[in-house]
Design a protein around this ligand. Structure first.
Ligand code: CTP
Ligand code: MG
Length: 386
């Protein structure tokens, strides 16, 4: 009997994100890594890029000793450890917690980390001690002599170094241990090189540009790629005598009203589900269980606004919503503009981005018999690409 060929498991890879700086050059009330880009802290962007990458097994975030509570509130699943006075000390402190044989060391100040760069670094580490992403230098370089132009530095052969940088954990630990105290290094690759280690160059990415100065936030925001997503929602409620008819956020005069646990606004419910669908956040029942007495008679506007806030919390925006209300009566036409205005106000949109349509079912089925009203909705949103 021959044993099946053994395939070696790929080595485990840790991500070590240093976020213990004070961001002096960026200014502002908070250190830059805690300021928001498209609704999420810079450090959360960087953390999620690694946490969501299938090759990364552990993520360790190094923060200032007095920022651990803030970091914990932003990064529920990360290992958070305390850093030091300089970037180098913060890396060294973080390395103590790495258990994987390979580590990618990254600045939280570079919030947008393409998965392809992570892949290139890990591939390079099959043979090398270390690897760093690089970009070419496009501008002419020269010495700054106050208000005078100094000597031009030929840019041929010069490169720009980014993070994340990948290493064999044992090698980068040794480089830190042997680095002379008092001397500063702005990155880790140069430390491994100083030891005589083999550091490979891989292609970097403009997305990795560091946020250093106040104007860099706007540049990073512009670089963030959005993706368009559409999702649908559907709902039905029963029409009964003695109920108010809330439809599309508007009280519509009618001899019957919709019954349900909340105010039973079938149109807002369908729309809420469509919005939740765009971010795969479950459905209205996930967020507002009908079994919960606090939603009895509730104004469905709050369900809709909650769904919208989940989208904006992740830096997304609602581009368009389209509703179809299916009923024999009442006639929707006379109320269409009021519904559009109400929904637009609830979602903080211009009315032009809200469409309301209605149809009968030719007296067929439960809607045709006036036993209930159905609604379907489609929502289109833009969310930062994950
Ligand atoms: N860093 C760190 N520990 C320090 C200093 C810096 O973990 N003692 C981290 C920063 O949080 C940042 C990265 O190292 O993610 C790169 O440093 P830099 O861009 O210089 O950030 P700051 O030091 O915070 O900014 P500044 O130099 O403008 O104060
Ligand atoms: Mg600094």
């Amino acid at each position: 009997m021959t044993a099946p060929p053994r395939v070696a498991a790929p080595p485990r890879v840790a991500a070590l994100i240093v976020a213990a700086g004070s961001g002096v050059r960026a200014g502002g009330d908070l250190p830059k890594q805690y300021r928001e880009l498209a609704g999420r802290a810079l450090v959360a962007h960087a953390h999620d890029a690694f946490a969501n990458h299938p090759a990364i097994d552990e993520v360790i975030v190094v923060v200032a000793p007095d920022a651990q509570t803030r970091a914990r509130s932003l990064l529920a699943t990360a290992r958070i450890v305390a850093g030091g006075e300089t970037r180098r000390e913060s890396v060294r402190d973080g390395l103590d917690h790495v258990t994987a044989p390979l580590v990618l060391i990254h600045d939280a100040a570079r919030p947008l980390v393409p998965a392809a760069v992570i892949d290139r670094l890990i591939a390079a580490l099959v043979e090398a001690d270390g690897a760093t992403p690089i970009l070419p230098v496009a501008d002419t370089l020269a010495r700054d002599e106050g208000d005078r132009l100094g000597e031009v530095i030929p840019r041929a052969g010069l490169i720009r170094i980014q993070t994340p940088q990948g290493f064999r954990t044992a090698v980068i630990r040794e480089a830190h241990a042997r680095w002379p105290e008092g001397e500063e290094a702005t990155d880790d690759a140069q430390m491994v090189r100083r030891l005589g280690g083999d550091v490979r160059l891989v292609q970097g990415d403009a997305m990795l540009e560091k946020v250093t100065h106040p104007q860099d936030f706007a540049t990073a925001e512009a670089r963030l790629a959005y993706e368009s997503r559409s999702a649908s929602g559907f709902d039905v409620h029963r029409l009964e005598a003695g109920e108010e008819l809330w439809l599309g956020g508007v009280l519509v005069p009618h001899d019957k009203g919709l019954s349900g646990h909340s105010d039973a606004d079938v149109a807002l419910h369908a729309l809420t589900d469509a919005l939740l669908g765009t971010i795969a956040a479950g459905d209205i029942g996930t967020h507002f269980p009908p079994s919960d007495p606090q939603w009895k008679g509730a104004d469905s506007a709050q369900f809709l606004q909650h769904a919208a806030s989940l989208i904006t919390d992740r830096g997304g925006r609602i581009d368009f919503v389209d509703l179809t209300i299916i009923c024999e009566a009442p006639k929707i036409g006379p109320h269409r503009e009021a519904m559009r205005a109400r929904i637009a106000a609830l979602l903080d949109l211009v009315t032009d981005r809200v469409s309301i349509k209605a149809t009968t079912t030719e007296r067929l089925g439960f809607t045709g018999r006036g036993e209930g009203i159905a609604a379907q909705a489609v929502a289109t949103v833009s969310v930062p690409r994950t």
